[in-house]
Design a protein around this ligand. Sequence first.
Ligand SMILES: Cc1ncc(COP(=O)(O)O)c(C=O)c1O
Length: 459
Amino acid sequence: MSTTNQQASANDISAENLKHVLFPWSQQGGLGAIPVTRAEGVFFWDADGKRYIDFASQLVCVNAGHQHPKIIKAIQDQAETLCYAAPSFATDVRGKLARMIAEVTPGDLTKSYFTCGGAESNDYAVKIAKMVTGRPKVIARYRAYHGASHGAISLTGDWRRAYNEPGMVGALHSFQPYCYRCTFGQEPETCNRECVSSLEEMIEFENPDFVAAIIVESIAGVAQGVYLPPDDIMPRLRALCDKYGILLIADEVMSGWGRTGKWFAMDHWDVVPDILSTAKGLTNSMVPLGAVVVSQKIADYMEDHTLWSGSTYSGHALACAAGIASIEVYQEEGLIENSAKLGEVLAQVLGEIKAKHPSVGDVRAKGLFGAIELVKNRETRERLMPIKEEPYTTKGGMSAIKKTLAEGGVYTLNRPNLLSIAPPLCITEEQLREGLAVIDKSLDHADAMLDSAGRVAAQ
Ligand SMILES: Cc1ncc(COP(=O)(O)O)c(C=O)c1O
């Protein structure tokens, strides 16, 4: 195909999308979406044939790599056998997938309700928690994203919630450990875990008999900045929940399926939540599917209590087939192990990047889940650019960084002051280093934005 024809088709794809599609989280005018036409492994290509390393696994969901042949084959085979049966029927693929999920999730998590994505999984987690406890309130966190459905956006703590309010009644928010910018002015080595004690105080004011659940992202996602809690935080939260008969919901929509170097992030602390919600990597995102997985105790309760909810597409056979194949791929190809192994390389290179660029205030990584936080001045930790900047805009301070990344063929998810790294778990060390070198180069633009005090502090 000639360059002119390729260009025409890129333009056609963009034009039709921009004319007829409402894009998420965006003002629709002046958008510049990449027209993507094919993908394989850690790469995708735009309509002009330009190749990108997908350092975001799209939305941190293509964990096993793009167009995985085994998962494609499973979907094709299932399509020829049985595409759909209503959820009141039993299918071999739904039962098998639910068993496999019970095997890889922590502790006694045993039964799954299948959804169509992460937000719906969190909605179900909350609904189940309310049904089981008979309590009306749920405590989430401010620096958290739980999805965009009416319920999940109410749980979401960040700025996006406000545009959807008033939302779900009884959704409350607390502060979580964000050790680089501690809400309580402390340092992790010397603090008294005020983030946990303030939560307990909140529970007491709210009246524990009215609190059904606490929902946490086990490791907060890329929109927030991949916050790594000190190792004792999750065990402390578990103990707090047990003390007050509150259920612990782990949102592992993004942090699950090997992203952090374990099957689920909660595995880092051997903490077993009462309910685990997930989606994304469950099917390598090749067909939409989510699951909310409940403990044996909740499953027992449901034996003689009705689950007052349901939906047409729960446990869709095509999606379940993709889920089975995805879990097998994670196991057969050692992808969780690769995430843990290359996570060490990622952490080391991020450390080198921090040492080199005075605009880098903090770097965080667990497995192949990493973030770089930009500051104007390392000593004051003042943010490099105003936090109010629109989340998905191409304007403003991140645009020069993004341009260098695009020119270098690296796609990442960025927020003001944040660059995230979450490639498919099948990435090689060479590919990882190649992408990180482009990120390193792009940060020269961030260094150029330092104020003079920041420059002096960096010397
Ligand atoms: C932690 C977390 N929870 C929930 C969601 C929502 O998932 P979905 O977009 O599939 O509804 C996301 C999406 O990014 C997420 O990162």
